[in-house]
Structures are given as structure tokens and as C-alpha cells.
Design a binder for this molecule. Structure first.
Ligand code: SAM
Length: 209
């Protein structure tokens, strides 16, 4: 949450991440294609909660379950939820993707935006294990973020971002699509599609076997 700014105003804990205003509609366009029409979506690493509020408002037949391990993030998510007044947006839950004890639940989709490069690899492994546990066969795990690709150099903006991440924490950094795909497959999540997104980001869609 370090780069996120509090909103001005008298009320609440809502925080804003500048990138969300730029990426939320391109992401929504893909979500409309890959998410089921109804059911529950578990969002991992919801951050400020702006995505959850935006997607829940746009996809009213889905029930949105935001989560984050960071209490400040959960306060911000709860504040966005209160402001949105949406019956299909649930209270955020505490969930560390790396933890072995994800809450017992069944969901129709799992979404994770911008976490894999800014957490230890154990969070990606936990994400795959946890998503495989909560999804039924054919249901999607949807990822968004910047990645490396084996057949091309990193774009200059992503190379600079990667260097900055590694400087901040040696366990962080841009992962390769191929390593994420291999990790997903280890947990029974088959690669479905890759979507090129603005600003050198990708969406990766996996489906439970
Ligand atoms: C860069 S922010 C992205 C937030 C939001 N998804 C977005 O795109 O604006 C990274 C988020 O990952 C969360 N995070 C870090 N490690 C995590 C883990 N092990 N499990 C779940 N979330 C984690 C942080 O708390 C933070 O909210």
C-alpha cells in the first residue's frame, strides 16, 4: 500500500492507487470474456479495493469476495465497499496467498491483480495451490500484471520496474510466463489464454483441470 494515496475528504479509509484508473476498464473487458456469468469471485490481493468496487458494480450477477493480508488494505477495501453500497460486494477477508490454510470455500473464479511480482515466490505457489482447492473443474484463475517472456527481452519500462522491485526486496521481481505456467500446472491448473494488455502487462487465464 506504500504508493497508494488517501483520498481527500472527511470520511473514511479509502485509498487510491493511480494505476487502477488506467487498468480497470481494460481488465474488465477481459473479465467479461473469461469469468462465468454468475457465482462467486475470490479476489486475492485486492489492495485499495478500487478494482473490487469497480468490477462488482459492472458485473452485478457475480458476488465479489475481496481479500488482502494487510489490515490497512482491508480498511481501504471496506471503505470503498461502504461507499459503493453494492449488495454483491462482500466484506474483505484476511487471506495470505502463501498460507496453507485458505478459508474453506467454493468459488466460481479466482482473480489476482499485481501480486505475483511484488511478493515472494511462495505467494505464487500458494496462490496456485489455494486456487486449485477452491475451484471446480473448468473454472478460471485469472492473473494480471507484468511478466517476463522467454522469447523477448523485457521492455525498458518493465526492466526498470523489475530492478526497482529487486532493490526493494530481493525476493520480488517480474516472473516469467513460463515459470508461472509451470507452477500452475503443478497444481492442476491448465493454461488457457494469454491476453496482451496496455502498458506491457499481460492477463493469464488458467482453468482447473
Ligand atoms: C501492488 S499491490 C496490488 C493491489 C491491487 N490488486 C491493485 O492492483 O491495485 C500488491 C498487493 O498484494 C498484497 N500481497 C502481498 N503479499 C501477499 C500475499 N502473500 N498474499 C496475498 N496478498 C499479498 C499486498 O498486501 C498488496 O495489497
Amino acid at each position: 500500500m506504500t504508493n497508494d494515496a488517501p483520498l481527500d475528504g472527511p470520511f473514511d479509509d479509502r485509498r487510491q492507487a493511480p494505476a487502477v484508473a488506467r487498468n480497470r476498464d481494460p481488465i474488465l473487458t477481459v473479465l467479461r470474456e473469461v469469468l462465468p456469468l454468475s457465482g462467486r469471485v475470490l479476489e486475492i490481493a485486492s489492495g485499495t479495493g478500487e478494482h473490487a468496487a469497480h468490477f462488482a458494480a459492472a458485473l452485478r450477477d457475480l458476488v465479489w469476495q475481496p481479500s488482502d493480508p494487510d489490515p490497512d488494505a482491508r480498511s481501504s477495501i471496506a471503505a470503498w465497499r461502504a461507499g459503493a453500497g453494492l449488495s454483491n460486494l462482500l466484506e474483505p477477508i484476511a487471506l495470505d496467498a502463501a498460507a496453507p490454510d485458505w478459508p474453506a470455500m467454493r468459488v466460481e473464479a479466482v482473480l489476482c491483480i499485481n501480486m505475483i511480482h511484488i511478493s515472494a515466490w511462495s505467494a505464487t505457489e500458494g496462490l496456485m495451490a489455494g486456487a486449485a482447492n477452491v475451484l471446480d473443474s473448468g473454472r478460471p484463475l485469472v492473473l494480471y500484471g507484468p511478466y517476463r517472456r522467454h522469447d523477448r527481452p523485457l521492455e525498458p519500462s518493465n526492466a526498470a520496474f523489475d530492478e526497482d522491485l529487486r532493490h526493494r526486496n530481493p525476493e520480488w521481481g517480474l516472473r516469467s510466463v513460463e515459470s508461472v505456467r509451470a507452477c500452475a500446472l503443478d497444481y492442476g491448473l491448465a493454461f488457457d489464454q494469454l491476453v496482451e494488455m496496455p502498458a506491457n502487462n499481460l492477463m493469464l487465464v488458467f482453468r482447473k483441470r
